[in-house]
Design a protein around this ligand. Structure first.
Ligand SMILES: [Zn+2]
Ligand SMILES: [Zn+2]
Length: 76
């Protein structure tokens, strides 16, 4: 949150959210404020590719980063 990200990155986040119709991959809630989550964090060298992104609603995203949510999703 609040980090500066390259333009390409923001674009990829927007694309993945549109692709998944802003639907959370955990609870399936559709939320226009859905976040693009990185499977491999950007800070750890994760790419901006769609394969590295998933859509999470703000509450699941927060839970995930608090370690309260285990995601086991194999999309590809
Ligand atoms: Zn959710
Ligand atoms: Zn995240």
């Amino acid at each position: 949150m609040g980090q500066k990200r390259p333009y390409e990155h923001q674009k990829a986040q927007k694309e993945v959210k549109e692709l998944e119709s802003y639907q959370c991959m955990v609870c399936w809630e559709v939320n226009p404020k859905a976040h693009g989550h990185h499977l491999i964090p950007y800070s750890e060298g994760g790419s901006a590719a769609m394969q590295n992104m998933m859509t999470l609603c703000p509450s699941c995203h927060t839970k995930y980063h608090n370690g309260e949510l285990k995601i086991d999703i194999h999309r590809f």
